[in-house]
Design a protein around this ligand. Structure first.
Ligand code: IPE
Ligand code: MG
Length: 234
């Protein structure tokens, strides 16, 4: 969800106003995904590297998460959304850690959209913490065991990854899971990302041929993985 700061700057507003507008956009995206039957939505809200931003922006983002939890969890729960907050939670305040755990517990039995809000998350962090878990348990490290120990083990790898804000890189998001994801880059700043942009991303996805290492001719008789229709968006 990139571009909040630039969106605010264009309007002579503080960066935090852009983040607030970005949160409103996330509420919309959740509605679109529920409407379209997407099974899992994973968003990058705060990266392991975002701590190096100015202190007031970091505390502003923490406060925004806390207030969003207070306001939104009830409605998300009633809508059948299952919440997860992948990331290194130990670096967050005790109060916030408790709020995150409560939101996950409250929505754990829901069977609608799975909404992963990655917070203090990094793709490298996730691979390392998964390897450390396996090592601590003395388990062999295989692709399957490592996948199963990742913070996002409860959802399939994303079919489609959308990055807004014009940048064309992953910036430490879902490094392991992105191996065969389709990538879509939108020039829209996140608060300005609209339904037409989302539709354009889905339409682009529908045009892609996903070969998973195979050749085109092999796909019709034996699909490599049952990935259609689209299950997961990040
Ligand atoms: C939001 O966009 C990403 C977050 C860390 C919440 P940015 O804050 O990176 O916005 P730009 O890139 O400065 O426009
Ligand atoms: Mg940015």
């Amino acid at each position: 969800m990139d571009g909040n700061g630039r969106w605010a700057k264009q309007r002579y507003l503080p960066r935090l106003a852009g983040h607030r507008q970005g949160l409103e956009k996330l509420r919309e995206l959740v509605r679109w995904c529920r409407h379209d039957g997407v099974q899992a939505l994973t968003v990058f809200a705060f990266s392991s590297e975002n701590w190096s931003r100015p202190a007031d922006e970091v505390s502003g983002l923490m406060g925004l998460l806390a207030r969003a939890l207070e306001r939104e969890v009830g409605e998300l729960d009633r809508a059948g959304v299952r919440l997860h907050f992948p990331g290194d939670r130990l670096a967050l305040s005790g109060e916030l850690q408790q709020q995150l755990a409560q939101a996950e517990q409250r929505t754990a039995a829901n069977r609608g959209l799975v909404l992963n809000v990655c917070f203090n998350y990094g793709g490298r962090w996730d691979v390392v913490q998964a390897a450390q878990q396996l090592a601590a348990r003395g388990e062999p490290i295989t692709e399957a065991s490592l996948s199963g120990a990742l913070a996002l083990a409860h959802v399939p790898p994303p079919d489609l990854i959308i990055r807004t804000g014009g940048e064309q890189r992953l910036s430490n998001f879902l490094l392991w899971q992105a191996a065969y994801s389709e990538l879509y880059f939108s020039a829209a700043l996140w608060p300005a990302f609209d339904r037409a942009e989302f539709d354009a991303a889905l339409a682009a996805y529908a045009q892609r041929e996903r070969r998973f290492g195979r050749v085109s001719e092999q796909l019709s008789d034996a699909p490599a993985e049952p990935v259609q229709p689209l299950r997961a968006v990040a």
